[in-house]
Write a protein that binds this ligand. Structure first.
Ligand SMILES: [Zn+2]
Length: 299
């Protein structure tokens, strides 16, 4: 492995922190990367296997859970770099796995060493809820490329991908918001505004068209989510530097995620409400004997 372009960054990072939150392709000095294991001849150094707290995407977990190591084939010696795979499994559901491809270098008779992450699966970075992927539909691949760029700190790249996603899918997003508005009882006039806005090419005009009809439950900290997206997109166009573009890209992803979560939650609540009411009505109907059900005139 070439190490000439990589300088150690965080000398006091723990191995747990490195596995949980350091992006791939950075060499890090870790204080507790190795530990000793007893053998018949005394002891030998092995790669440490700390318990991790990472996101579990399974249906039953869907949140941060403890993961334990199930496999490690990284050989450890004091002579140069060694590479291999480490596998973790969720302690809660025993279903989700996380696999790391690592390089490690141990120089002396101490737990400290240099570590490098070639990659990990599922990919490093914030988890992307399935609802966001559904919301942006056909631009799924651009969105995932945007996240990849974001994870590597490539601000201009991430911003460009996310901008493409929002501009291509703004009509689809507006149609989804209309679906929520309809569920919440929006008037035919408001729904007509949404229909017109969904085909509007100017994002700003589309936002103005539906400003009044936007369900308040979708507002993010009191702001129209589409205005937030539009502001982020307009700012990034002014030849901003990489760091600013990265911040804007993160904001775009966060707003899209929050919007998708809120819409799905409203639709789910409405569905639950509907099925609860139906169940109660059916119960009432089945409890009453056929003869005693009054007809409309008898009420
Ligand atoms: Zn789990």
């Amino acid at each position: 492995m070439s190490t000439t372009n990589n300088t150690p960054t965080a000398p006091n990072e723990t191995f747990k922190e490195f596995l949980e939150s350091t992006p791939p392709e950075i060499i890090v000095v870790v204080a507790d990367a190795f530990e000793t294991e007893s053998t018949t001849q005394g002891h030998r150094w092995v790669l440490a296997g700390p318990e991790l707290e990472i996101h579990c995407p399974s249906d039953s977990c869907n949140g941060v859970r403890f993961f334990r190591r199930t496999n490690c084939d990284v050989y450890v010696s004091t002579k140069g770099w060694h590479t291999g795979f480490v596998t973790y499994i969720c302690r809660n559901c025993s279903r989700s796995r996380k696999v790391y491809a690592l390089g490690v270098e141990k120089a002396e008779d101490r737990p400290v060493g240099r570590v490098y992450k070639y990659g990990e699966l599922p990919t490093f970075g914030p988890s992307i809820p399935a609802r966001v992927i559904t919301l942006i539909g056909p631009d799924r691949d651009h969105f995932l490329l945007g996240r990849r760029a974001e994870n590597h700190g490539l601000g201009i790249g991430a911003f460009a991908y996310y901008r493409r996603v929002v501009e291509n899918q703004k009509g689809r997003i507006i149609k989804e918001i209309a679906r929520v508005a309809k569920k919440l009882g929006a008037s035919p006039e408001v729904l007509q505004d949404f229909e017109k806005a969904a085909t509007e090419t100017q994002f700003k005009t589309a936002i103005d068209d539906i400003k009044a009809g936007l369900p308040s439950v979708l507002m993010i900290e009191g702001h129209n989510p589409l205005t937030l997206l539009h502001t982020a997109l307009s700012e990034g166009l002014h030849e901003e530097d990489d760091k600013t573009c990265l911040e804007l890209a993160q904001s775009i992803r966060t707003v899209l995620t929050e919007l998708a979560e809120r819409m799905s939650s409203v639709l789910k609540d409405q569905q639950e409400l509907h099925s609860a009411v139906s169940k109660l009505l059916n119960r009432k109907a089945s409890q009453a004997s056929p003869a005693s059900i009054p007809d409309e005139k008898g009420k």
